[in-house]
Write a protein that binds this ligand. Sequence first.
Ligand SMILES: [Fe+2]
Ligand SMILES: [Fe+2]
Length: 528
Amino acid sequence: MNPSSGRSPVSRRGLLAGATGVGLGGAVSLSGVAAAPAAASPLLLPRPDRSGAPRVAGLHLQFGRDASREVVVSWHTTASVSDPRVVYGTAHGGFGRTEQASTSTYRDGASGTEVQVHHARLTGLSADTDYVYAAVHDGAAPELGTVRTAPRGRAAPFTFTSFGDQGTPTLGKRTAGGFVNDNLGSPAAGDTTAGVERIAPLFHLVNGDLCYANLATDRVRTWSDWFENNSRSARHRPWMPAAGNHENERGNGPIGYGAYQAYFDLPASGGDDELRGLWYAFTAGAVRVISLNNDDVAYQDGGDSYVHGYSGGSQQRWLERELAAADADPEIDWIVVCMHQVVISTADRFNGADLGIRETWVPLFDKYGVDLVVCGHEHHYERSHPIRGQQPTDTRTPIPVATDTGTVDTTRGTVHMVIGGGGTSAPSNGLFFDPAKARVITGVGAADPATGKRPPVYVIEDAPWSAFRDADHPYGFAAFEVDPGRRGGRTTIAVTYYAVSGPYGDLVPVDRFTLTRPRGARGGGHRP
Ligand SMILES: [Fe+2]
Ligand SMILES: [Fe+2]
């Protein structure tokens, strides 16, 4: 076990093997056990990572394209490891299966640190089933987690949650006055994760601006802090992200998303490896979730580099194929889009809505009947009435097709939700226009020679599409209870926006409404 010690430590291999009948393999030690008898000699003090192997850090999950069958288990290190793997099985059957991990790397352009992210893809799983797993590499203590696969089709109800714009609750920079948070985080970035765990959803959608590493002194540490804060949730339920403008980091990959693309192993969407993971789709029950990267189409210059148009239209072509396929699929009821920058916002002096998204995505959302869009970027909560079509204005103002704020038939239009109160130190819930108006970015000016940034061009519009705004609470998340309904009836999603009121994830329901549509009504050609 440990060549420098005359005595073998208590082995977790033995403990797990005894409990399950299957060993983890490798030299894994369980630090902290049997410390009392050994305390007399410093040589016998139990120490973590006796072999010098790095720990299994930042354990988190992603669903594969079919969430009823595929899960990816991921963790990271800043040194090479030997034989990264996941052992897994069911709670009653034990760790009966082993899957080797493959390793993605990126070298942080600011620090030169290389990060290695180990991804083990578990396939052929059973639907709607709880699994237990342990992630390990040689010499490290295994980290344990659980995951539940999605139900297949309309077999069972489930709940998912969503927020964006979180940051971290940690302090990353020393100043003359002490340590400060240099990545737009606050203590609330810990509270919101605790809040999500109170709901214990099947999965959580992260609407971009994860940790604001691009603002931080130590970007690798900030990514690590984000996963440390969220692993308590993300090792039990996939956190499925969309990349926001703050995932665009100078010097990380050809477009700037190299860190994001390494940390997450997301469902494949075909095409160029440079664009891997920036847009993808997965299916949970009768819900098809489509995740987009809006920096490709937004006009705003919001990242470390201006990458507007970087995909050359390939994301848009993929989106249209994906939406057409989902809308023609009789097994799909709900189409949910997760993205970062917004079509609607009634905040003044913040980012505003972006005409680029209204021009590029909204006509496709209309054509193929997207039910729900969740986004972030604005650091507050609000939602729209169902919208379909656009006024012939300079801002392409969305047209509301109904005004009932309690029940919304999404066959008539798409509901947009801004859920950007994930925990930053810069909330925007105090900045609403009253009465509601929107500030829309319609383009950018020439780059400022001093900053290199392109200033936004704004046009103010009325906001007849505005349905609900929460001026009272800076932080929170939304929960979506999907009920597949009965054959010949309707399927519903009961939506609750919870404000997170402080430590322990205490929740205050602020907004409740129901999305409804006929069950089994997709299949093409039915659009009203
Ligand atoms: Fe943000
Ligand atoms: Fe943002």
